[in-house]
Ligand binder design. Structure first.
Ligand code: 13P
Length: 250
């Protein structure tokens, strides 16, 4: 049985005052024994402070990205060991905004995944196709390629200790969600791809859906057999929405 997990990706939003308010609202209404894991990934500059604010809650801390290298002359970068040092347990790697806006290749994402895993962080590997790729029937090919880069560099055992997030690029921040059936189809394909290497690991790997998840569509998406929770952008910035999504996952 896979335990559901909901991850809030705050992207580049918030301020110290707004963050404190949001965490207070979340913490005040958060169930003591939640039926789903919950992770928040704030902007890096706030990670440590959010970690302190989350101390008495079951909500875990994550980062939005990590450097592929371990240390040295990499101006502006932050290593997996540093994230771990300030209390992160998870980090997103390969978000489509990083792949597209910062030209991160499948190989770089795989190296980031390896760096995170080697320091004991749980990588949340994002995969997903662009609209033109879906329209030309290439969804499975694109997602498999993104997944294979990690499988080849890190091995299937490592993937089994991580989280995968399917985020169709055309559904991110657009209000246009994949239908539960569209999500399920790709999630099943991802699980089968992992299963071709190791069926047991495939059965245990948590695969999240991301892309315009809201309180109003979460339950339907999470009811699909291979959807184990969500990676939430915009709706993770509103306490009532995020709490309702968490409830739907549980
Ligand atoms: P939205 O929920 O705002 O569409 O963002 C999804 C996402 O990119 C989460 O990583």
């Amino acid at each position: 049985m896979r335990r559901p997990i909901v991850v809030g990706n705050w992207k580049m939003h918030g301020s110290r005052a707004e963050n404190a308010r949001l965490i207070e609202e979340l913490g005040g209404h958060y169930p003591r024994n939640p039926a789903a894991d919950c992770v928040i990934c704030p902007p890096l500059v706030y990670v440590q402070e959010i970690g302190r604010l989350l101390r008495d809650t079951p909500i875990r801390l994550g980062a939005q990205d990590v450097c592929a290298d371990t240390h040295g002359a990499f101006t502006g970068e932050v290593s997996a060991a540093m994230l771990k040092d300030v209390g992160c347990e998870y980090t997103i790697v390969g978000h489509s905004e990083r792949r597209l806006l910062y030209r991160e290749s499948d190989q770089l994402v795989a190296r980031k995944f390896a760096a995170a895993h080697s320091k004991g962080l749980i990588p949340i590997l994002c995969v997903g196709e662009q609209l033109s790729e879906r329209d030309s029937g290439r969804t499975a090919e694109v997602v498999s390629r993104q997944l294979d880069a990690v499988l080849e560099l890190c091995g299937v055992e490592t993937l089994g200790q991580s989280v995968v997030a399917y985020e169709p690029v055309w559904a991110i921040g657009t209000g246009r969600t994949a239908t539960p059936e569209q999500a399920q189809e790709v999630h099943a394909a991802i699980r089968a791809r992992i299963g071709a290497r190791d069926a047991k690991i495939a059965g245990a790997t948590r695969i999240l859906y991301g892309g315009s998840v809201k309180a109003s569509n979460a339950a339907e998406l999470f009811s699909m057999a291979d959807v184990d929770g969500g990676l939430i952008g915009g709706a993770s910035l509103k306490a009532d929405e995020f709490l309702a999504i968490l409830k739907a996952a549980g």
